[in-house]
Design a protein around this ligand. Structure first.
Ligand code: ATP
Ligand code: MN
Ligand code: MN
Length: 306
């Protein structure tokens, strides 16, 4: 009976991949199985597609589920499914091939291969050297109130906006938030990295009690790391809508800016509630993501905005 609103699920394609052991449990605490994971990705396919296809991928695999051994893999493995593509890094022709997918069959082939997290590059196979997004990864240290993380995301948005870039926010599915700015892929990695470092450095020097821009663990107590290091060649960050190999089967969920609220923590959205959320939303909060892309501004981002 089709009484459900079909937002996330409109014009849903089907995968041709047959799952072996569909009842294998990947998240024992919530009972999410391999088949449940495949169903989730099929539901969100139209939304996740631009973020996971035609890019190099790093993958977190867990053949025995989240409580078993996990493997973070940037390279192809033995017996790779035919729907998973091998790609050669143009700057590392002698190196082992990297992994990519083209379509829903590729995504479901990842599920069949026990992929529990998908971490794409910020550039595509069509333009390896020029990222098409910036990702500011906000990592709260111990004892940071969630409102502070929300404030950090809003401040990051304001600084990007001041520099001429629109940005979008998502939960990480872990401990923090990611602020993501779409780019026209015109500027090479080192320049994009310098731009994001300038934002992180400005935040840390304007508000040293709240923010740090360097990864030193000891300095992070009570502060938020503005982790700009996702923005370099070969770095990856978890994809929007990707599941996380953590308890509760959380997902990295795109939000509207006005949804940022104490009631939505970093792992609030899960395989269990994501599709209900997407079906209930009037429109996709990241609908204009690609449309909002601009070239990286040539001016260095500057001081405090608010
Ligand atoms: P959180 O909100 O908890 O910080 P996150 O996704 O921002 O979640 P991590 O899961 O800690 O952060 O990952 C940090 C980065 O390191 C990711 O962008 C990812 O691509 C990469 N990464 C994740 N797991 C591994 C791993 N096992 N080995 C190497 N790199 C990893
Ligand atoms: Mn993080
Ligand atoms: Mn980080």
């Amino acid at each position: 009976r089709e009484t459900r609103k079909m937002t996330a699920t409109a014009k849903q394609p089907k995968s041709t991949i047959a799952l072996t052991h569909p009842d294998r449990i990947y998240w024992p605490d919530t009972g999410v199985t391999k088949e449940g994971l495949a169903d989730y990705y099929t539901e969100v396919w139209p939304r996740i597609q631009p973020f996971v296809t035609d890019r190099p991928l790093a993958l977190l695999r867990g053949p025995s589920g989240i409580d078993g051994q996990l493997f973070f893999q940037k390279h192809a493995w033995k017996g790779l499914n035919a729907h998973i593509e091998l790609v050669k890094d143009p700057k590392d022709k002698a190196g082992e091939p990297l992994i990519s997918i083209k379509d829903l069959d590729g995504l479901i082939a990842l599920v069949q291969s026990a992929v529990l997290e998908i971490h794409p590059w910020g550039s595509t196979l069509a333009n390896w050297e020029r990222p098409d997004m910036i990702i500011m990864d906000l990592d709260p240290g111990p004892d940071v109130a969630w409102q502070r993380v929300i404030d950090a995301a809003l401040e990051t948005r304001d600084r990007l906006k001041q520099a001429g870039l629109a940005s979008f926010v998502k939960t990480s599915g872990g401990k923090g938030l990611h602020v993501v700015a779409p780019l026209e892929p015109k500027t090479p990695w080192p320049t994009v990295k310098a731009f994001t470092k300038a934002i992180a450095d400005a935040m840390a020097s304007d508000d040293p009690d709240r923010y740090v821009a360097t990864v030193t663990k000891s300095k992070r107590q009570g502060k938020i790391l503005i982790d700009y290091l996702r923005n370099q060649r070969g770095a990856t960050a978890v994809a929007p809508y990707s599941t996380r190999a953590r308890s509760g089967a959380p997902v990295s969920m795109p939000l509207a800016w006005n949804e940022l609220d104490l009631s939505i923590g970093p792992a609030y959205f899960t395989v269990g509630n994501a599709v209900t959320r997407l079906d209930a939303l009037a429109s996709d909060p990241w609908k204009d993501f690609r449309k909002a892309a601009r070239p990286l501004p040539s001016v260095k981002p500057g001081g405090k905005v608010r």
